[in-house]
Design a protein. Structure first.
Lengths: 446, 124
């Protein structure tokens, strides 16, 4: 009995141990399976992830290319729009990036070009607001130039033909008068009119400064009267008609005049946008004033006050446009950089009147690139290309007047970047001898 | 009917005591798997005190982590024991394109060959 009990107990323990052992064995097998399954899944997931990543990278490159092409498309559209500034939007980025690289290398300035794309995009887009600047303002070559309804000229020819008929009749009637006397008078009148015409024509070109005396002379010439016999309300658009005062014929007209029809009202919608951005520029009351005396009285250049504002508007438009774009974190300063290239260190720039420490260094570099390109470009038919030495002299004075950054200008000159650029883009006859050391010394003394 | 709502990491669990249907549906990769499924095990202990005539498990997991696999082995061990006195059916439902879910189901079926374990492929 005793032996049997022990045997039974041993048998029981043996069975239990075997069960436990089998259970453990099973568990080990299961763990193995789970692990192998997990490994397999992990591999599959990792492969998929890798594939997705490659796809995302490909997509990113494709999107960046698209974005860049789009940016260049806008820049090229602006360059194409105005043949006078052709290539500007393309050359400025190159110059700005080169300058940023030289400034990075220079130990005197604490700056490192970390985000080339941001500066590049800002430079490509620095003039994008010009897309809305009307060509007749951007390229206004004479004071009286405008979009013009030629019906006025045609009507004037009718006026002249009618006078010819009248004169012929008078000549016949008055054939008995003293011939010598009449001819003398006619010659004097013709000489006077010729001189006056030549004066007006010269003033219109706007290549020289107009003095107060000359403006007086202009007004006296303008006040001469003639009689209009034909209806000047015919052949007009509704917009032109709306501005015009109805007069009966025959009507006494001035040779040159400022009239109500010349005043074009401002679109308040756009003014509101500018107020929203807190731009510190005074907005002229009128959109434009096409008055003949008003425009001929422009003292310098060909742009009147309203049109000058129109030119400045491009930077405000640039800022408004770029700030509306959802730039990602790495490009978030594009609007700021592009929008500060007309600011001056002394606060006299536009549109925000920012001071030295408020303008980002990239904006200051862009300003130098912008000015230098504009000064040296030789594809603007209305001005003779400047010599390299002249352009550098102007940059020097701009630094002296605290318009551009003196330290950045020093790097631009001493690194030889100005010369590399000149060799690539200037005509050989533009490149003359420049005493860089002398200018650097002078810059030091400012 | 008892129910646990699905979350981003855990499946929806429904226990219909009257019809004897238990559904586990969704993804299962909780931070602490065994803690999460403890609720279900408590419900099952309670349920098997007075089970329905037939008990059906519909398990449709599109994604599960290793500890969920381990839990399921434990669950099926538990059900294997219960099947001595109960009629239990397990349906392992998987999308026919989900190869991992299919193979995982096959592993289970192989281990519990005495149980009524069905692999159910679902078409899109």
């Amino acid at each position: 009995v005793f032996n049997n009990d022990i045997l039974l107990e041993i048998e029981e323990v043996r069975e239990k141990t075997e069960k436990l052992f089998n259970k453990l064995l099973k568990d080990v097998e299961r763990q193995k399976k789970i692990m192998l399954r997990a490994d397999k899944r992990q591999k599959k997931e990792y492969d998929e992830l890798q594939k997705k990543l490659e796809e995302v990278e490909k997509l990113q490159i494709a999107q960046r290319n698209l974005l860049e092409s789009f940016i260049k498309l806008i820049a090229n559209a602006i360059d194409t729009k105005s043949p006078y500034t052709g290539g500007h939007c393309e050359r400025v980025p190159e110059l700005a990036i080169s300058l940023a690289k030289k400034v990075s290398e220079d130990e005197s300035i604490d700056y490192e070009l970390k985000n080339e794309k941001e500066l590049e995009y800002a430079a490509w887009l620095h003039d994008c607001g010009k897309i809305v600047t009307p060509e007749y303002v951007m390229d206004k070559a004479t004071k009286l130039e405008t979009i013009y309804n030629r019906i006025h000229e045609i009507r004037m020819r009718f006026e002249v033909l009618y006078r010819d008929v009248k004169i012929k009749a008078l000549e016949r009637i008055l054939s008995g008068e003293d011939k010598e006397e009449v001819e003398k008078w006619q010659k004097e009148e013709f000489d006077r009119l010729t001189k006056e015409w030549e004066f007006i024509a010269q003033v219109n070109v706007g290549s020289e400064f107009l003095s107060d005396e000359e403006i007086e002379k202009l007004k006296i010439i303008s006040s001469q009267e003639w009689i209009r016999y034909f209806d000047d309300m015919l052949g007009l658009s509704w917009a032109e008609k709306e501005r015009k005062e109805i007069t009966s014929t025959p009507s006494v007209e001035k040779l040159l005049d400022d009239k109500k029809e010349h005043l074009i009202k401002r679109d308040e919608k756009i003014s509101k946008i500018y107020k929203k951005h807190n731009f510190k520029v005074s907005i002229p009351e009128l959109e434009n004033n096409l008055g003949e005396i008003y425009n001929l009285s422009i003292k310098r250049g060909t742009l009147n006050n309203e049109e000058y504002f129109r030119i400045q508007e491009h930077i405000m438009m640039t800022i408004d446009m770029l700030e509306s774009l959802p730039f990602p974190e790495n490009l978030k300063n594009v609007p700021l950089i592009a929008g500060t290239h007309h600011e001056k260190l002394d606060g006299s720039g536009y549109p925000r009147g920012l001071k030295d420490n408020e303008i980002p260094i990239e904006g200051k570099m862009l300003a130098i690139a912008d000015v230098f390109e504009a000064l040296t470009s030789h594809d603007r038919p209305y001005k003779t290309p400047k010599k390299l030495s002249e352009a550098i002299k102007i940059l020097f004075f701009m630094a002296k007047d605290k318009h551009i950054d003196k330290e950045l200008l020093k790097v631009f000159l001493k690194s030889g970047l100005y010369l590399d650029y000149a060799k690539n883009y200037l005509l050989p006859e533009q490149i003359d001898e420049v005493d860089i050391n002398e200018i650097l010394e002078k810059l030091e003394q400012i | 009917v008892k129910k646990i709502e699905a979350t981003k990491y855990t499946p929806e669990i429904i226990l219909d005591e009257e019809n004897g249907v238990i559904e586990i549906k969704g993804k299962s990769y909780p931070e602490n798997t065994f803690e999460f499924y403890k609720q279900l095990m408590d419900w099952l202990d309670e349920y098997f005190k007075n089970p329905a005539k037939k008990t059906t498990f519909n398990i449709e997991l599109i994604y599960l982590n290793s500890s969920t696999s381990k839990f399921l082995y434990d669950l099926f061990d538990y059900l294997e024991e219960k099947s001595e006195d109960n009629e239990i059916e397990i349906n392992w439902i998987y999308d026919e394109e989900n190869e991992v879910a299919e193979e995982t189901g096959e592993d289970f079926k192989e281990d519990f060959e005495d149980m009524n374990f069905n692999l159910v492929a679902k078409e899109d």
